[in-house]
Design a protein around this ligand. Structure first.
Ligand code: UDP
Length: 478
């Protein structure tokens, strides 16, 4: 019987899709007896992390979560780090001795057939390869983003200026161009995390394969460019396996605490009372936050639009740098929203604090549009439910995803912003109206419904993602 080990990076968005991969592998491969998921000890976890892990452990006994011991941080306090990504890379690199020990002890009774890691864990490749364990990356964004990431070392040689103010575009061969200021948020200033991303991108091709959470009909061109090596002519790209869409089952990410789980979330009860496809949902992932000024602008835009809405609001970011990674304070609507706003929108709007069960929300009959930060999981969840998007990127690779969703796949309307990335109330008003009630919105909805159907079939016997999964499992048996 086979066993494999998965190594996700911290962050609920990365963990959930890795767990879905584990579930899929278990149902697909009868020779697979157990999956161990290494959980790094990371101080700044967002979302309902530990309750999610315990709910999966009890429902899937073949999946074991192995919590790794905490590791010291080189720069001490989190406020000494430029961003969350630098902290993540460093924590995971310092975890290498724990990874080595775990892989060695798991290999005692029988060999580990495969080690599957998140891209943030790229430093662990040297460990697993020194133990001769086949090592695969699990890329939690799409195929187009992978083609983009693979080119970071190429872009790095084009200019040594920080990307933030650079007026050039970088071309991904065979795909499209990306303006320098649309590069990953943590790469814009060419700090420590910039170089981590470049090194990570150099490591991707050294693996035995790259598993991508996407499906072929969603990203036709990118999948072809990866498979034919067009997008990175100078380097051999290992086999890619598009085995998505991997999406949590309804309810899996709604486990903040046991009691809450027994009751239907308030926002779902409210959605029950709204007309079909009338509500615009505004949700910005596990880390999306806005300044108080931007929150007011959103509130005014929603109010003027007259559109029904469900809006998830978090407390504005803390001014202190270290706190900004971990600020999970409950928002106080009395101090962060315009005076009287909640009363004035009472009949047609619902404002939720910090977190909603998004998959259930998107699957609700009343939801007709989604203003999203363009996180990849959120994108796949919107595709899976056929809900058209308005793209409002905030962090990570989301500015890249906006180009992909608006211009290439054409399943989103853009939320246009000013140079300093502020979005006006009139833009918000215009886009929320458009997405539920306009010809442009309707075109996007039709395209979404077509992709929804394709996405639902792709993991069925004989579908492209199912075939890729079979090929993947065969690859580590060789
Ligand atoms: N999510 C949720 N409720 C929220 C916010 C997020 O259930 O209020 C889930 C969402 O369904 C998705 C994940 O958290 O599965 C966020 O992943 P994504 O890749 O979209 O964004 P990230 O948080 O990684 O930036």
């Amino acid at each position: 019987m086979e066993k494999i080990v998965l190594y996700p990076s911290p962050g609920i968005g990365h963990l959930i899709s890795m767990v879905e991969l584990a579930k899929l592998l278990l149902t697909h491969s009868s020779s697979l007896s157990s999956i161990t998921i290494l959980i790094p000890n990371f101080p700044f976890i967002t979302g309902s992390y530990s309750s999610y892990i315990s709910s999966i452990s009890s429902s899937f006994p073949s999946i074991t979560f192995l919590s790794l011991p905490s590791v010291p941080l080189l720069h001490g306090d989190s406020s000494n780090y430029e961003n969350m990504e630098q902290l993540t890379y460093e924590t995971l690199r310092n975890n290498n001795p724990n990874v080595l020990q775990s892989l060695q002890s798991l290999s005692v009774s029988s060999p580990v057939s495969a080690f599957i890691i998140d891209f943030f864990c790229y430093n662990a490749v040297e460990i697993s390869q020194s133990l001769n364990i086949p090592t695969y990356f699990f890329f939690t964004s799409g195929a187009s983003a992978l083609a983009f990431f693979l080119n970071f070392p190429v872009f790095d040689k084009i200019s040594s200026e920080p990307y933030r103010n650079l007026k050039v575009s970088f071309e991904i061969p065979g795909l499209f161009s990306v303006p320098a200021d649309h590069m990953l948020e943590p790469m814009l200033d060419r700090g420590v995390s910039y170089y981590e991303f470049v090194k990570m991108a150099e490591t991707l091709p050294k693996s035995d394969g790259i598993i991508i959470n996407t499906f072929e009909s969603l990203e036709v061109k990118a999948v072809m460019c990866l498979k034919q090596g067009i997008c990175l002519p100078s380097t051999t790209i290992p086999p890619v396996y598009c085995i998505g869409p991997l999406i949590a089952k309804q309810g899996d990410n709604n486990v903040k605490n046991k009691d809450e789980d027994k009751h239907k979330h308030e926002c779902l009860k409210w959605l029950d009372s709204q007309p079909s496809k009338s509500v615009v949902y505004l949700g910005f992932g596990s880390r999306g936050v806005f300044s108080k000024e931007q929150l007011w602008e959103i509130a005014f835009g929603l109010e003027k639009s007259g559109v029904r809405f469900l809006w998830v609001v978090r407390a504005p970011p803390s001014k202190s740098k270290g706190d900004a990674f971990s600020n999970q304070d409950e928002p106080n609507f009395d101090t962060i929203l315009p005076y009287g706003f909640l009363d004035r929108i009472r009949d047609r709007g619902h404002v939720a604090k910090s977190w909603v069960p998004q998959i259930a929300v998107l699957g609700h009959e009343s939801v007709g549009g989604f203003v999203s930060h363009c996180g990849w999981n959120s994108t796949l969840e919107a595709v899976d439910t056929g809900v058209p998007l308005v793209a409002w990127p905030l962090y990570a690779e989301q500015r890249f995803n906006k180009i992909l969703l608006v211009e290439e796949i054409r399943i989103a309307l853009p939320m246009d912003e000013s140079e300093d990335r502020f979005v006006s109330s009139s833009e918000i008003e215009k886009r929320v109206k458009q997405i539920v009630d306009s010809e442009e919105g309707e075109i996007i909805r039709k395209r979404m419904l077509d992709l929804k159907a394709k996405g639902r079939n792709t993991l069925n016997e004989g579908g492209p993602s199912h075939v890729a999964l079979t090929t993947l499992v065969e690859s580590w048996k060789k």
